[in-house]
Structure formats: C-alpha cells, structure tokens
Design a protein around this ligand. Structure first.
Ligand code: AMP
Length: 599
C-alpha cells in the first residue's frame, strides 16, 4: 500500500492536463489520503479494495482514474459505477461532470428506478461513456438489451456495504458476472463485512488494498463540540457562534482555496478581522498573515489543511471545522492547532446529515464523545451584547477623563429639561445602533449582517425598471412561506427595497413538497453551496413537484455553475429559468449555464 506521505500534490499523480486543470479550478489543493492511495493503482489498471466512507473524497478517488483513461471517441459505456441509491448516483454523476469539465464530448448518464425509461433510452442510444446507476435499473436495461457492457473497462461498486444492506448484492453479482472478464474492478465500502469480502474474493483479481488507518489519540486539553447542520445556513451559524463564543483567535478550516478567500471576505464584511491562508499564497505572504494573527491585527484565519499544517500560534483558542475533514487524522491535526502552551482549546465541528458516519469515525479515533451544541439564540446574543456593553461603559468610566462630557450632559439636561436617565438611554441606543442590544425579531440574521457588496448591489438595482413588463401569473409572492428562516438580527431600519420584483429573476428547481422540502432547506442550500447571501434569495413558492425561487438577475457564471451542482433533499435541483410552463423533460436541456452538451 502506498503511503500518503509520498504524494504531496495532484501533479505527482499521472493525471491528464484537463483533469489537473479542473482540479485546480475546483480548488482542491492536495489529494485526500484515500485518493493518494487509490489513484495510482487504479491508473495502473489494478483492481482495488478500498475502505472509505462518505467525506473522504472517495468519489474523486475512482472518478479521476476513470476519466483519465476514457476514450471519448468511443461512444459506448466504458465505466459503470453501481451505487445503492439514486441520490448517490446523481451525486457521483455531478462529481464526474465537474471533473470532466475540460474533456470535450464527455457523456455520463445516471440511471435509476423511478425515472422515466424513455429519457434513459434516448440518452443511451445517443451514446454515453460512463453510467452511474442503481443495480436494479442497470439490470433492467441489460436484460432488455438496451445497455451493453461489452466495451466496459472499469466497474466500480460504491458503498458496497450499503448495497448489501439494501438487498442488492445478488443483483450486483449478476452484473459482475455479465461484464467482460478482463475489466478492472474497484470496490469501495465503509466497512468490510464477510459477504463483501467474499464478493471481493470471487470477482477481484489480486486487488490492491486502500485503507486509511486511524491512529487513536487523546486530545484532553480540547473541549470538543459539534453542530448538526440543519435549517440555518453554515455562515449564519458561524456568525452566531462568533457573537457568543469567548474567543481570542479562531482558526476556521474549509476544504478549498477558493473557500478560504470567500469565507474570509464574508467575515470581514461582517466586521471581523479575518484573513485567508491557503497553498496558493506565497510563503512570504503566508508568513505575514500568520504574523498578523500572532500580533493580534488578525483574529480569524480561514485555512485549508495544507496551509495550516504545523501552525503554532498560542492565542488560537478555537478551531472551527466549517467543512468536515476527510478523516479522523486530519481532524486531529486541525484541532491540535488550539490548546497549545498549556492553554485550554475549543473545537467546533459542523456535521451535515451525510457526514454523520465521519463524526463516528472521529469519535472512535479520538476515543472521545463529541458533545452536540445548540446554536446561540437571539436571547443568548442579546445577553452577550448587554454584557459587552456594560463592560465597555465601566472601562470608559475608569480609563477616560470625562469631566467635559459630564458638564455637557448636565447642560443639555438643564437646557432641554431632560432627566439624565433619558439622555443616557438615547446615547445607549445611538452607541449600539449598528449592533442593537436586543436583536430585532423579524428580519433574517443574514440580512442584517449581509456583506456590503451585496447590499450596495441591491440598492443600485432597486431603481431599475420592471423587466419586460411581462404580465404572467406570479404564484411566488409568498413571504409567509419563509417564516421559518433564521429570524433575528436586524434593527428597525429602512431597508433597501427587496429587489426581486424589479430586477430579480424567477427560477424553477426540481424539488418540491413531495420531497418534504421546506423554505429553510432551499435558503440554506443556496446560501451555503452557491455563496448567495440570504438577502439575495427572494420569494420561494413550493409546489408538489418543484419550487420557484427568486434570485438576482445578474448572477456571475461561477455562481450559476455552483447552482447547477446543488442537491436539496438528496436531489439535484436542476435549476432552470421559470417560464411558467411545463418543465422540459431532459436533464441536459434544463441546464442554465453553460449548456454542457447541446442536443
Ligand atoms: P466524497 O467523500 O467523495 O463524498 O467527497 C467529499 C467532499 O470532499 C466533496 O465535497 C468533494 O468535493 C471534496 N473533495 C474531494 N477531494 C478533495 C480534495 N482533494 N481536496 C478538497 N476537497 C475534496
């Protein structure tokens, strides 16, 4: 087995230039441990038995070698990925699409039960290079003769233990038996129960094993908590935590270089002194940033694992795992940046529902139960602001020479016949105008703290004329449906008019009431995944099969691309401009930007 230590960058792996370019653009810095041990043997054509769970980067571990070896001039399925659920099939297909962005003419097709056969048949006839599907539907197509595996070179079993749990293992074996004898097989599974081992033994030829060993370590000096990501978007949650946690310096971990910059910028816009630390920065600049953290001109650093390796700054009191690490070892490295020099450290981990298993792995490796935390409420924040204000008043009284101001207040009281208490109340209000002691109930927290650029854009656009003046039914004027958004923060003030009526555009997303979606899921996903502020998300109207959502009319291409990759309730949202008409029926036609393949 190859050691993770030997590979430092993607360019050390023999991947083609278009793939390396895509990886650079997506912002991955180095291969995750499972990628480092899986990609080389897969590129060499070996079979592989990989023990890895969601969150480790396993998808890229098999997708990149497959894409590297695909011959796009040969329009037949060359790789088949079997997944236990349609949700995973869609996610894997999306991941392939994003890694294949510079491979012209690459076609992938997700096939799963519950989706109309016709669409799948049309796409299969047109010719695809990779199929990602659930075993039942793949078998259906093979039996009908609509899917031939004659040209297959690689077969992946993703989450094999889940396929076993769901009773698909016989189907999987049947498919394995029908595939060409010389194809390569990669089997990925979080656990390796006996049945899976037997399947591996029967069908894999001299497989390489890829497993990430988790050493157990104790991290006594660090108080560890996790927040299950639900409802509130991650940025809002972080902002609330920042308000209430007593931190000296904070180190926040994200997965990509791009995310370090985006998050640091958003925190700066909210008034924090935050900076990014990533592998793209020159050594000199990196050292300068670290120096600023030490010297207290910077309080928050948003970093990737690579950039924060070995970071030793005593005043880091908190580590926030904004994006969950790929494995327990990375977690241990990350939180080891706090609790230094005999001080107490704090670690907070954001865990999305899909990442629960990783939380378990981390607990096992650290032999430590991580406590669930609740997000600070409006009351907690009010309490904290009051405390801070009191302290400020006391310190000012103690440290400042105030005789001139005393006289001024006395004079003002006499002149205007005011009690000192009234004057003090007015001044308290003014002092805390931008940070009200009692955060208002009705508006969204994100809105109040929205970053300046967004706010400016909104004001600038508010005086634009109504677009096109089209007079169609707009079933989306429905603020009530957003009532469960995070709802505190803004003071009573003149807010710039919401601009969706004038300059916003209405989009349709393919998730609806039948999927159990709530407005908060939509706001959360769009804010988290596409980096669109809560404020920029307009009216949401939920129908049985789909929703409409108002979004800014001039979203840049990168944002649109990100929107295309969003999943809500486990479904790709397949965002399209709302035409008020029946939906198009093909996956590809619905895309908004850029049309990946023309039909
Ligand atoms: P997976 O375990 O395949 O579900 O991947 C989990 C997440 O890790 C996905 O959001 C990937 O985009 C991300 N990811 C995969 N490989 C890397 C990498 N080398 N660096 C940073 N993020 C990655």
């Amino acid at each position: 087995m190859q050691s993770t230590e030997t590979i430092f960058s993607f360019s050390d792996l023999a991947l083609s230039a278009p793939l390396l370019q895509a990886i650079r653009e997506i912002g991955y810095e180095i291969p995750t441990p499972i990628q480092a041990v899986s990609i080389p043997p897969l590129l060499d054509g070996h079979d592989l038995l990989g023990q890895a769970q969601t969150g480790t980067g396993k998808t890229a571990a098999f997708a990149l070698p497959i894409l590297n070896n695909i011959d796009t001039t040969r329009r037949e399925p060359q790789a088949l990925v079997l997944t236990p659920t349609r949700e995973l099939a869609l996610q894997v297909a999306e991941a392939f699409q994003s890694y294949a962005r510079h491979l012209p003419d690459f076609h992938i097709l997700p096939i799963y039960g519950g989706q109309g056969m016709d669409t799948q048949l049309r796409q299969l006839r047109r010719g695809v290079h990779v199929i990602v599907g659930t075993p039942g539907r793949v078998m259906d197509h093979m039996r009908r003769g609509t899917l031939s595996l004659g040209g297959l070179t690689t077969l992946v079993l993703d989450e094999a233990d889940e396929m076993l749990k769901m009773g698909f293992i016989d189907d999987v074996e049947w498919i394995l038996e029908q595939s060409p004898p010389d194809r390569q097989i990669a089997l990925f599974s979080a656990t390796l129960p006996e049945v899976i081992r037997k399947v591996a033994k029967r069908h894999l030829r001299d497989p390489k094993e890829a497993k990430i060993e988790n050493k157990t370590v104790t991290v006594e000096a660090i108080s560890q908590r996790y927040w299950p990501v639900t409802g509130t978007n991650k940025l809002d949650a972080l902002t609330r935590i920042l308000e209430v946690e007593d931190f000296d310096a904070m180190l926040i971990f994200v997965r990509t270089k791009i995310a370090t910059e985006e998050l640091a910028e958003k925190l700066e816009a909210r008034g924090y002194s935050a900076g990014a630390l990533n592998g793209d920065m020159s050594q000199v600049f990196r050292e300068k940033t670290i120096e600023r953290l030490k010297k207290k001109t910077l309080d928050i650093m948003v970093a990737t694992d690579v950039a924060a390796r070995g970071l030793d700054v005593d005043r880091i009191s908190h580590v926030v795992n904004y994006d969950i690490p790929y494995d327990a070892e990375a977690y241990i490295h990350r939180i080891g940046r706090t609790g230094r020099a005999g001080r107490k450290g704090n670690a907070i981990l954001f865990v999305a529902p899909r990442e629960r298993r990783m939380l378990g792995a981390i607990e096992k490796a650290t032999r430590h139960r991580i406590r669930e935390m609740r997000l600070p409420t409006r009351e907690d924040i009010a309490e904290r602001r009051v405390e801070q204000f009191k302290e400020l008043v006391m310190n000012t009284l103690e440290a400042q020479e105030l005789s001139f101001y005393r006289e001024f207040v006395q004079k003002l009281g006499k002149e205007q016949n005011l009690a000192p208490l009234d004057i003090a109340s007015a001044l308290t209000f003014l002092a805390q105008k931008d940070r009200p002691l009692i955060p208002a109930e009705k508006s969204s927290y994100a809105e109040h703290y929205d970053d300046g650029r967004d706010a400016r854009r909104h004001v600038d656009r508010s005086d634009r004329p109504e677009r096109g003046g089209e007079k169609r039914e707009r079933p989306h004027r429905d603020y009530a449906e957003r009532s469960d958004r995070p709802d505190y923060g803004g003071e009573k003030r003149e807010r710039p008019p919401r601009d969706f009526d004038s300059a916003g555009t209405l989009y349709r997303i393919e998730v609806g009431r039948n999927d159990g979606v709530a407005p908060k899921d939509i706001v959360g996903a769009i804010a988290n995944e596409a980096g669109i502020s809560g404020k920029s998300i307009g009216h949401i109207k939920i129908y049985d099969e789909f929703c409409t959502v108002g979004l800014p009319a001039d979203m840049p291409p990168q944002t649109l691309q990100r929107m295309e990759r969003i999943f809500i309730m486990g479904k790709p949202i397949n965002i399209t401009l709302w035409t008020g008409e029946a939906p198009h029926d093909t996956y590809a036609k619905r895309r908004i930007y850029p049309p990946k393949r023309e039909e």
